[in-house]
Every structure is written in C-alpha cells, then in structure tokens.
Design a protein around this ligand. Structure first.
Ligand SMILES: CC(=O)N[C@H](C=O)[C@@H](O)[C@H](O)[C@H](O)CO
Ligand SMILES: CC(=O)C(=O)O
Length: 291
C-alpha cells in the first residue's frame, strides 16, 4: 500500500466556455503538477475541482482522466463526498476500481445532519470498498463541525485513516495531533502551511500548489528542518500571492496563472462567473509580480 504522506495539489479542472470538460487542458494540468510541480500526489474531485457543480458522469470522467494521465507516478486521492449518499457510494467503488490510493469525502452539508448521520454516511461509503478514507473537514464552507470525541468515534473504523483539516484553529489541530498520533492529518489552508507543519501534520492538500508548488515545498521542507525564519520568509511571499489571488477570484485566477505558463487551464464552471477583462489583466500582473 502506498504511503499517503506528502504534498498534494487539489486538482483544478479545465472547462470550455460552454462548461464542458476540456480534457486536453485537464491532462496538461495533471502533467504540470507531476512533471513541473513535483507534487507527491493529486487530490481529485475536491472543491478546487469545482466538483460540487458536476454530474456523476462528469465526476467519473475526471477520475478516469486523472488516473489515465498520472498512472502510478504520484499518489491519487479521490474526493467522492456529496449529499447524495448513493452517488458517493457509487463513486467510491468507481475510484477504487480505477486504482485510487485513497478516498476522501466532504462532510455531508446543507442540511443540519446529526453526528450519527454523519457517521452513518462515512461508514456507508467505505463498507463495501477495500480502500482508505480521509475525512474532508472544511467547516467554513460546510458549516459542519466535528469534535475530538466525535473524530475518535469515526477513527475507530480502521479504514478511516486521516483527515484533511481545512481549519484555522491551531488549538484544535494540536489537540488532534496529540489525540491521534497514528492518523494522517493533512493541512488544507495553504496560507498556514508553516504553523501547521510545526504542529506535526503528515502533509498538505491545496489549490494554490497548482501554481505555487516550489514555494510550498520550500516552506514544508524548511519548517521540517527547523529553519523557521527562512520558511517564514517564503510563507510571507506566498501569502502576499494568495491574498492577491483571493482578491481576484480564487480558482479562476489560478487557472489564468497556469494559462500564462502555456497550460490550457480554461474557464470555471457556472454559476462561477466568466473572466472579465479586468480579471485577466490583474492575473497577468500577479504573474509578473510573483513568477
Ligand atoms: C476551499 C479551498 O479551496 N480550500 C483549499 C484546500 O482545502 C485551500 O487550498 C485554499 O484554496 C487556499 O488555502 C486559499 O485559501
Ligand atoms: C483542497 C481543496 O481545495 C479541495 O478540496 O479541492
């Protein structure tokens, strides 16, 4: 079984202007992450992949393309979560059959599900597949919080091997690290890679690594080598960049930055808005400033 630790790009998906998947562009983004960015893995079908706006068939197609392009070059995690549990179960089987190294599922969102319902959801997704599950914990978008005792109940299932922790609460992160030394914790906020690394994460999964991989690698390795002030210099530049990206529209700007490097990263999926001339111009300025 493949070691899941390391740095992952949350894979973007390239779309044509009419919203259909641009397969050529998607393959280019995948290759760029492997060959140029030297990522340890790809997190496929996450928020960054605009997954929650796609049909089941489109989600499957993206899992297929990513596996076909990446082969066994890097670790592949398939995000299969959705509030349609039947769909999640189907996608978990599909990705496992394709040979994905692990699964991940966002906490079920929109309705105020009880913890028992959340637990049932995870147990159902993995019960019939021979694969590992990483909980996708992102309370600022889902509104779903999980306490340490609740994580303990989820982690009692040996197939649930870790969590993608997209949360800025470092007290909770420290408590998680102490409580679950044998589970994998992946940091989900690229802005806070340095402090999360100090607290002993096993890796990180992020959208900005699609373009800012070299700096992310430096932050991660310098921090692990206890060269904190050097790492902080790189985190400062990174956070200037991330602030500029967020200000101009997160996923669209990352795609426009990839386009500057000759990659057909395409558009975002509606209801995300099409690029305006101002947004394109600003992305060019950001590219010149940081790359
Ligand atoms: C919602 C979302 O995209 N979260 C990502 C990972 O969890 C992050 O990589 C952020 O995009 C990034 O840290 C910028 O805020
Ligand atoms: C990590 C992240 O952004 C994702 O879920 O795609």
């Amino acid at each position: 079984m493949r070691d899941l630790k390391g740095l992952y790009s949350a894979l973007l998906c390239s779309f044509h202007e009419d919203g259909t998947i641009n397969e050529k562009g998607l393959r280019q983004i995948i290759r760029h992450n492997i060959d140029h960015n030297k990522m340890d893995g790809l997190y496929v079908g996450g928020s960054t992949g605009e997954n929650f706006m796609l049909s089941t068939e489109e989600k499957k197609r993206i899992f297929e393309i990513a596996k076909d392009e990446a082969k066994d070059d890097v670790t592949l995690i398939a995000q299969v979560g959705s509030i349609n549990l039947k769909e999640s179960i189907e996608l978990a089987k599909f990705a496992t059959d394709l040979g994905y190294d692990a699964l991940s599922a966002v906490t079920p969102f929109y309705y105020k599900f009880s913890f028992d319902e959340v637990r049932h959801y995870y147990e159902s997704i993995i019960s019939d597949v021979d694969n590992r599950m990483i909980i996708y914990f992102i309370p600022f978008l889902t509104g779903v919080n999980i306490s340490i005792p609740q994580f303990e109940k989820l982690f009692a299932n040996k197939k649930i091997v870790g969590v993608k922790f997209t949360q800025g609460d470092f007290y909770l992160l420290e408590r998680m690290r102490k409580a679950f030394p044998d589970k994998l914790i992946f940091a989900g906020f690229d802005e806070m890679l340095l402090p999360a690394t100090v607290l002993g994460i096993d890796g990180a999964i992020g959208s900005t690594y699609n373009v800012n991989a070299a700096r992310a690698r430096q932050i991660y390795e310098l921090t692990r080598a206890n060269k904190i002030s050097e790492a902080l210099e790189v985190q400062h530049i990174t956070n200037d960049l991330i602030t500029d990206i967020l200000d101009n529209g997160l996923y669209g700007t990352i795609k426009l930055l990839l386009a500057e490097q000759g990659i057909e990263a395409g558009c975002c999926r509606e209801p995300m808005k099409p690029y305006t001339p101002e947004m394109r111009a600003r992305a060019k300025e950001i590219y010149k400033k940081y790359f």
